[in-house]
Design a protein around this ligand. Structure first.
Ligand SMILES: *Cc1c(COP(=O)(O)O)cnc(C)c1O
Length: 397
């Protein structure tokens, strides 16, 4: 089975999980900031913790935070747990993101932050969003924070401008499924050093330090996760995951999609072993994104899915965290491709305003989000050339 994602770890990466770590979290922060054009970066145990900390540290409270209806649910959880209210914006089916116009029209007098998400790596029109936020700030006479959610779009560019450099802060998720990961972690990057210092102070005051036991647990988890995604162990992982509840503790507990809460270690500092892993991944970032772009172009040209399926766009500057196809019958598609030896992903399977925990009065306002949540699959976009060829050949059958 070709796994739905393959993190790029090699023998030398695995070695770092056995050896004492010399890298410090600050080293990772500095390298991260340099790579993505920021003056500073501040590390966290998860992306969601980073977002929550930013809203707390800047004193955004009892306010509305604008965000897409179709995105990772932890973004909405972070808004709620920071004492605020998410206000959802429906997406466009062209690239699965809200349009700049929709964002513009949704900003209201209670909006104190706007999360601009570049879902599946598609860069949004940050110039237009920036203008909409600026206009609203003058209209309402208060600061509106512009948060770039770059969890799918690390170095993505809109018309040559790196989206992570626009606005007040950029948010990165660094778990094993992300573009260049540290297995555990999240990051904020800043252009303004004073703002970075405020958030860093808040973090150092409010997060508990990771100790030896946590460092050790992270090493063991890294090895287990890496092994489980490596063939032939991946076949066994598949059986355990689909036929038994043995792995639910790791795979399901982590997401907690249906409940508004964070994992118990959300307020611990990033471990040094995560920083060491992330540092090595940063060095491979360009190569990883090149491969994603190349594979997306190959799928666009050669993947033969018939007239009922809608392929995603090719967009200049996109990072292709996922290659997402809209299909009439998702379950059938996943089954058929499993029989061909390819695991399809089913991200994102929910529309947040339709989730029981967020159910408000107006779900009718999010038809595209609902449709995307039910009719999308994603193809493995990171495998080696041989696997890509096998996928393309399989599509012809
Ligand atoms: C992964 C992700 C995050 C952050 O996730 P964590 O799991 O908390 O690190 C934020 N936004 C999006 C769109 C994501 O995919």
């Amino acid at each position: 089975m070709i796994p739905r994602f393959t993190p790029s770890f090699e023998a030398r990466d695995v070695l770092t999980w056995f050896l004492p770590t010399r890298a410090r979290v600050e080293d990772y922060e500095q390298a991260f900031a340099a790579k993505f054009g920021a003056s500073e970066a501040v590390a966290f145990p998860y992306g969601r913790s980073a977002q929550w900390a930013f809203l707390r540290a800047t004193g955004v409270n009892a306010a509305e935070v604008l965000m897409p209806a179709y995105t990772c649910s932890v973004v909405a959880h972070a808004v709620v747990l920071s004492g605020n209210l998410p206000k959802f914006v429906d997406i466009s089916l062209d690239d699965y993101n809200p349009t700049a116009q929709a964002v513009h029209d949704s900003i209201g007098p209670r909006t104190r932050a706007v999360v601009a998400t570049h879902t599946f790596g598609y860069p949004q029109d940050v110039n237009e969003i920036e203008r909409a936020v600026g206009e609203a700030e003058s209209r309402y006479g208060h600061k509106i924070w512009m948060i770039q959610d770059c969890a799918h779009a690390f170095g993505a560019e809109h018309k040559g401008r790196m989206v992570a450099q626009v606005g007040d802060v950029a948010l990165f998720g660094l778990n094993i499924s992300k573009i260049a990961n540290s297995i555990f972690g999240g990051m904020l990057t800043f252009q303004d050093s004073d703002l970075a210092a405020t958030v860093r102070r808040w973090r150092d005051h409010n997060l508990r330090r990771s100790g030896v036991a946590r460092e050790l647990r992270h090493r063991i988890y890294a090895l287990a996760a890496c092994a489980s995604l490596t063939r032939p162990v991946f076949g066994l992982t598949q059986v355990l995951q689909t036929r038994t509840p043995l792995l639910d503790r790791w795979t399901k507990a982590y997401h907690l999609d249906e409940e508004i809460r964070f994992p118990p270690d959300h307020d611990r500092s990033m471990t040094r072993v995560a920083a060491a892993t992330g540092l090595r991944q940063l060095g491979k970032y360009d190569e990883i994104v090149d491969r994603r772009r190349r594979n997306a172009a190959l799928y666009d040209e050669y993947l033969d899915l018939g007239p009922d399926c809608v392929k995603p766009p090719l967009v200049e500057g996109a990072t292709y965290s996922h290659y997402v196809v809209r299909v009439p019958d998702r379950e059938r598609m996943v089954r058929e491709w499993a029989n061909r030896g390819v695991q399809l992903g089913e991200l994102i399977q929910y529309s947040i305003p339709h989730m029981s925990t967020y159910l408000g009065s107006d779900v009718a306002g999010f038809p595209n989000s609902l449709l995307a949540s039910r009719h999308t699959v994603n193809f493995p976009v990171t495998p080696d050339n041989g696997s890509v060829r096998r996928i393309l050949e399989a599509s012809l059958r």
